[in-house]
Design a protein around this ligand. Structure first.
Ligand code: CMP
Length: 142
C-alpha cells in the first residue's frame, strides 16, 4: 500500500460543539498523521468554489450557508491508504446510516450537518489540499 494524503474538513457543527479535538484524536488513534492544520472561516467565494461540483444540486445553497456559518478546521491527513481509510473512518454521508464508531455516527447530526468532509479520490485529494494549503504549509513528501 502506498503512503497517501487526503483532505479532512471538520465542519462548523463539530467545531461549534467543541469536537474538533476529539475528531483529530480519533484519527490519530487510527494511525493518521496530521501533516498540516488550520482553522479558517470560509468566504462565500471559497465555499462555493470548493463545492462547485454540487452547484446544480437542490441543497447547494444550504450546503454553502452551513459551511460558512462558523469556522471549520482543515487538515491534511497522511497514512498508508489514507483516502479510503479516512472515508471508512468518516462513515456514510447520512449519520443515520453511518456505522457505529464512525465520525459521522459519533459527531454528525443529519445529512447536511455531518461533522466531517473527506476527499473521494486521490485526484480530488490533491486538488482539495491545494485549494486550502499553500505548498509552503505542507511538508514535502519524502
Ligand atoms: P461532503 O462530504 O462535505 O460533500 C458534499 C456534502 O453535501 C455532503 O458532505 C453533505 O453534507 C451534503 N449533502 C449531501 N446531500 C445533502 C442533502 N440532501 N441535503 C443537504 N446537504 C447534503
Amino acid at each position: 500500500m502506498a503512503l497517501e494524503r487526503t483532505l479532512c474538513i471538520i465542519k462548523p457543527d463539530a467545531v461549534e460543539n467543541k469536537r474538533a479535538g476529539a475528531v483529530l484524536a480519533h484519527l490519530e488513534d487510527k494511525g493518521f498523521s496530521v501533516v498540516a492544520l488550520k482553522k479558517i472561516h470560509m468566504s462565500q467565494e471559497v465555499a462555493e468554489g470548493f463545492y462547485a461540483v454540487h452547484k446544480a444540486r437542490p441543497f447547494f445553497g444550504e450546503l454553502v450557508d452551513f459551511m460558512r456559518r462558523s469556522p471549520v478546521v482543515v487538515a491534511v491527513l497522511e497514512k498508508e491508504n489514507a483516502m479510503a481509510d479516512y472515508r471508512a473512518a468518516m462513515g456514510a454521508t447520512d449519520p443515520a446510516k453511518a456505522e457505529a464508531g464512525t465520525l459521522r455516527k459519533l459527531f454528525g447530526t443529519n445529512v447536511g450537518e455531518n461533522a466531517v468532509h473527506g476527499s473521494d479520490s486521490l485526484d480530488n485529494a490533491k486538488n482539495e489540499i491545494a485549494y486550502f494549503f499553500a505548498a509552503s504549509e505542507v511538508r514535502p513528501t519524502a
